[in-house]
Design a binder for this molecule. Structure first.
Ligand SMILES: *[C@@H]1O[C@H](CO)[C@@H](O)[C@H](O)[C@H]1NC(C)=O
Length: 267
């Protein structure tokens, strides 16, 4: 290894450091440049608030789609919202909002109090995640009532406002939340007529007014998924950085009309 490549490796390792600030900072914003799957570069915004115990990650994709992820640690809830740009000349709305709510597992993302301390030395570095996590398929078979959603998480109301009738969750997560004492009336099974007959896939449906089973895949390109520990002069290891991950989710869900699932036609 040449001295210059050793240098660049050590620079890469140290560009993100957890400054162990003892000052009482509770909110922070971090903007990082990330390389998307298609090779393009986009700016990602990571916001954290250790008092409200939340982290959000927002990224705009090349096609204009805006993806926002929010982790609500207090309520064990994660919200993934996508705003897909529509094609008004094809009778679609300006954009369509989709909101996917599921259980936040322990260790999926670093704690908010570590996130507020995260600083980057070089904001011009284009980042790619160290670990590419596999695609997780989620069958979103229940609907969430926006008006009552505060029973589950106070953040759903503002995050999912533009998704209205497209706020989905999973039966298995609902069971978990019900056991935790969350009000049951906010969830409704899909489809609402009670028949659980399998709907045709939207990609195989020609009629734009037919109900069908839609899917949407979204990738979180870069997020701090684990803390790294280093050994110093002291007796115990200390937090000295983060490991970054990317992760893709594929959501399957019912739509009342194929027209609301236009991206699913070529797959
Ligand atoms: C959501 O809940 C409110 C209050 O109970 C109710 O008025 C409204 O009809 C519900 N919305 C849907 C779509 O079921």
């Amino acid at each position: 290894m040449s001295p210059s490549s050793v240098f660049s490796v050590s620079v890469r390792v140290s560009v993100l450091l957890l400054a162990l600030l003892l000052s009482g900072s509770v909110c922070a914003e971090l903007k990082v440049l990330v390389r998307l799957d298609d090779g393009q570069i986009s700016a990602e915004t990571l916001e954290s608030d250790s008092e409200r115990d939340i982290i959000s990650v927002e990224l705009r994709h090349t096609d204009g789609t805006l993806t926002t992820f929010l982790a609500d640690f207090k309520r064990h809830v994660k919200i993934l919202r996508v705003l897909v740009l529509g094609e008004p000349e094809r009778g679609q709305t300006q954009y369509q909002g989709l909101c996917f709510i599921s259980r936040l597992e322990h260790g999926e993302i670093i704690p908010s109090e570590a996130m507020v301390r995260l600083r980057q030395k070089n904001p011009h570095v284009v980042r790619t995640a160290e670990e590419k996590r596999g695609l997780e398929r989620m069958s979103m078979n229940m609907a969430v009532n926006l008006t009552l959603s505060w029973h589950l998480s106070a953040h759903i109301r503002s995050m999912c406002r533009d998704a209205q009738d497209f706020i989905y969750t999973r039966e298995q997560d609902v069971k978990y939340w019900l056991e935790k004492g969350v009000e049951g009336s906010i969830f409704k099974a899909f489809p609402q007529n009670g028949k659980n007959a399998a709907l045709p896939r939207c990609s195989a449906t020609a009629d734009p007014w037919q109900p069908c089973s839609c899917s949407y895949t979204v990738r979180l390109e870069w997020y701090p998924c684990m803390l790294k520990y280093c050994r110093g002069h002291g007796p115990s290891p200390y937090k000295c950085g983060i490991k970054s991950c990317s992760k893709a989710y594929r959501f399957d869900f019912h739509t009342p009309r194929k027209q609301q699932c236009m991206w699913d036609e070529e797959s």
